[in-house]
Design a protein around this ligand. Structure first.
Ligand SMILES: C[S@@+](CC[C@H](N)C(=O)[O-])C[C@H]1O[C@@H](n2cnc3c(N)ncnc32)[C@H](O)[C@@H]1O
Length: 262
């Protein structure tokens, strides 16, 4: 699932492929980057995903896959990451509040309440599961709430203006590669000058550097290489990137990327 999650088992990380090879064996060092057939994201089924999330408890533990203890360190890391971006910014300095930001795939509003309302005047929320958004709707600082998946969110049509930050965390694994690229391509017209698209996600540690499909919530966990390739295809540049420190051992590494249109 895109929430904090246990890494693949060690023997899955290191063992050689068990299928017969059609080409000469290669060593780990010369192993070419592979795309499995069918690609992991082809298994994504949004009906199954929504059925999983709709039956999940509307709590921090629920949205964090049973690892609520990760929330504090995650929010601290995110706050530092954003503050560093703003310290180097003329358009969005830390000396004044951001005007409008949006929490995408927001769940119960853990990041909205734990970080974004503190740094922005208005925080919009995009989240397909209504039971989750009931927890955050109407709270101080919360603006529009869109109960749709990111693949069906067309922010320019909503006419609410520009976002200084578009925060996407532990949710873009619910989108196929093509949906993710199309979504990123829709964002530049609603991003303020000098604003950032943040993507904070688990990274796959697969031994063949492949993305990993998770049938629990019908999502994929991507590699760092894949993320960067998709950003490139969407016309985005990575202006800053950082590994989340202090994640418990045994969970996937988590990386934040700050993107701006090229
Ligand atoms: C692991 S939770 C993360 C929630 C929140 N970002 C956080 O970090 O607390 C994943 C969230 O993605 C939502 N989700 C599922 N499918 C989605 C989609 N197609 N687009 C956006 N969000 C989706 C789920 O309902 C769930 O709230």
């Amino acid at each position: 699932m895109p929430s904090p999650k246990r890494k693949l088992e060690p023997d899955h990380e290191t063992s050689k492929p068990k299928k017969p090879r059609t080409s000469p064996p290669t060593t780990e060092a010369t192993m070419p980057f592979t795309t499995p057939d069918p690609p992991p994201d082809s298994h994504i089924n949004s009906t199954l995903a929504l059925s999983y999330w709709s039956s999940t408890e509307a709590s921090v533990s629920g949205v964090l896959g049973g690892f609520p203890q990760v929330s504090r360190i995650d929010l601290q890391g995110s706050s530092n990451f954003l503050a560093k971006l703003r310290r180097g910014s003329k358009s969005h300095p830390t000396s004044r509040k951001l005007k409008r930001v949006v929490d995408c795939g927001a769940g119960i509003g853990r990041i909205t309440e734990g970080l974004l309302v503190g740094v922005a005047e208005v925080v919009d929320v995009v989240e397909p599961v209504e039971v989750f958004t009931e927890k955050v709707k109407g709270k101080s600082g919360v603006g529009e709430v869109y109960n749709v998946g990111l693949e069906a969110w067309f922010p320019e049509r909503e006419g609410v203006g520009l976002y200084d930050v578009i925060w996407n965390q532990w949710c873009v694994g619910q989108l196929t590669d093509a949906q993710f690229i199309a979504y990123l391509k829709r964002l530049p017209p609603v991003l303020s000058e000098g604003g950032w698209i943040i993507v904070k996600e688990n990274l796959s540690n697969h031994y063949l550097a492949e993305d990993v499909y998770d049938e629990t919530d019908s999502s994929v966990t991507r590699t760092d290489e894949k993320f960067r390739r998709l950003f490139e295809e969407a016309g985005m540049k990575v202006v800053s990137s950082e590994l989340q420190r202090g994640m418990p051992k045994g969970l996937y590494p988590v990386r934040s990327y700050a993107l701006q249109p090229k």
